[in-house]
Design a protein around this ligand. Structure first.
Ligand code: MG
Ligand code: MG
Length: 244
């Protein structure tokens, strides 16, 4: 899983600087697929319930599951890029939200708070803590800033399949829910909205958007629970819970 996660991290770190005004989401997708296959991996998303691409590309009010295509990025957009890789039978899953050129202060703050809420949740991935501690860490971080946490979608266990038990909501009651144990690997993925938390699926059957049209940000890491604390499997750093 560490090897699968490493490929995901390499793809996302390659795509991030490619995010510039004028590039299409299809260009990003093609680069991701090329890198994944060159590394000996399989793009987990491609063909998953018929999804046609190797990344999800979700712009502005699109929350998750946007389909890459001819749409070009504009200055001031934000784009969520979600990538999954299967390597030797195991899956890594991670996402980042990247500003396109200069982005308004309020949107930039949303993006930064969403990222920070992911790391607050990762810190809670200690053996003996409960899933409610993880989810609560996200909401407790963003709600005081006036943001809302998407209810209809959540994180998940990850292993030989991308989506395994348990579900990992981005809200919860501290001390409630299943107890985390060493050996668990979960994908934590806060989806945080500038406006209200209501979302709907577009007519393409995939793209999830906010109903109020306001922007949403999304970050995700695949995290292992160990006796020594959480290990981020989808970062390029030292796999500790530090922000990298
Ligand atoms: Mg993902
Ligand atoms: Mg996921």
């Amino acid at each position: 899983m560490r090897a699968a996660g490493r490929i995901v991290a390499e793809v996302l770190s390659r795509l991030e600087p490619m995010v510039q005004p004028g590039i299409s989401t299809r260009d990003l997708d093609h680069e991701a697929e090329r890198m994944i296959r060159d590394a000996g991996g399989i793009p987990t998303f491609k063909g998953y319930h018929g999804f046609p691409a190797s990344i999800c590309a979700s712009i502005n009010d699109e929350v998750v599951h946007g389909i890459p295509g001819s749409r070009k990025l504009n200055e001031g957009d934000i784009i969520g890029i979600d990538c999954g890789v299967t390597y030797q039978g195991f899956v890594g899953d991670a996402a980042v939200t990247v500003p396109v050129g200069h982005v308004s202060e309020d949107v930039l703050r949303l993006v930064e708070a969403t990222k920070a809420s992911l790391y607050a949740a990762i810190e809670q991935c200690q053996s003996g803590n409960r899933l409610g501690d993880v989810g609560n860490a996200v909401e407790a971080y963003v709600a005081p800033k006036g943001y809302t946490v998407v209810r209809n979608y959540c994180g998940h266990g990850v292993g030989r399949a991308m989506h395994e038990d348990p579900q990992v909501p981005n809200y919860g009651m501290p001390g409630k829910g299943a107890r985390l144990r060493p050996g668990w690997v979960i994908a934590i993925e806060p989806m945080v909205n500038l406006g209200n938390y209501d979302v709907k699926v577009m007519s393409d059957g995939w793209t999830v958007v906010t109903t109020d049209g306001l922007p949403s940000a999304h970050f995700e890491h695949t995290v292992a629970v160990t006796e020594e604390g959480p290990q981020v499997l989808t970062s390029l750093g030292n796999h500790s819970a530090s922000q990298s």
